[in-house]
Design a protein around this ligand. Sequence first.
Ligand SMILES: Nc1ncnc2c1ncn2[C@@H]1O[C@H](COP(=O)(O)OP(=O)(O)OP(=O)(O)O)[C@@H](O)[C@H]1O
Ligand SMILES: [Mg+2]
Length: 222
Amino acid sequence: MPVISMANSKGGSGKSTSALVLACELARGADVVLIDADPRRPLSAWSTLAPPPERLDVVSSAGERAIQDEIDEAASRVPFVVVDLEGTASRLASYAMAESDLVLIPTQEQYQDAQAAVDTLAELKRAGRAARREIPSAILLTRTRAAVKPRTARHVAEQLRGLPGTRVLNVELVERDAFSALFASGGSLHSLDPRDVRGIEKAIENAEAYAGEVVKILREVV
Ligand SMILES: Nc1ncnc2c1ncn2[C@@H]1O[C@H](COP(=O)(O)OP(=O)(O)OP(=O)(O)O)[C@@H](O)[C@H]1O
Ligand SMILES: [Mg+2]
């Protein structure tokens, strides 16, 4: 069933956070496999901090030789597979993209990040040519301001939205403590302690809207 990969060759663009938030949200209603394909294993580390949601299974990838089989195996047993990739272009990333129904490109609203998103789209196109199909993709703006956007951010977002043939999610993943706190505490947004973390409710609303839009796109493309 649908495979969603997070790709952006720029480090720190929000891939692991976007993967985790999406996987936890989907796991509220379905079985999900989250494949940690980053050799630094951020999501496997997350899964050891606290019990992950019941319907979420975290799998550590054994690397570029195994990733295609790992994705196939996961897709044959659960309704959603989410793959977190490392922050560099690699053969592993190209293989994972070629196996995906949707590639999300998490991008911060800064010039260098927008350039990296464009490079990632080009990489995706090459992976699509090798696989002889067009791989659906969408840019997800991450770590955005909840309030008024600064000028640069507005400009970058407009440029990305104006790229021909490129989809940008309407929902953005806003910069919130709750999202970064997940990596310190483990568990999901729903298990965070409101005495420790501010704005959990807003983060949950954001996560629901984000996952909702991803599911809507999957219905169109799968
Ligand atoms: N929406 C958000 N709100 C708050 N903090 C965020 C958000 N998204 C990402 N961060 C923080 O930004 C940093 C980088 O995010 P993340 O690890 O998700 O990026 P990445 O693209 O996976 O990085 P890498 O390329 O190194 O794997 C982390 O410290 C994370 O906690
Ligand atoms: Mg990461």
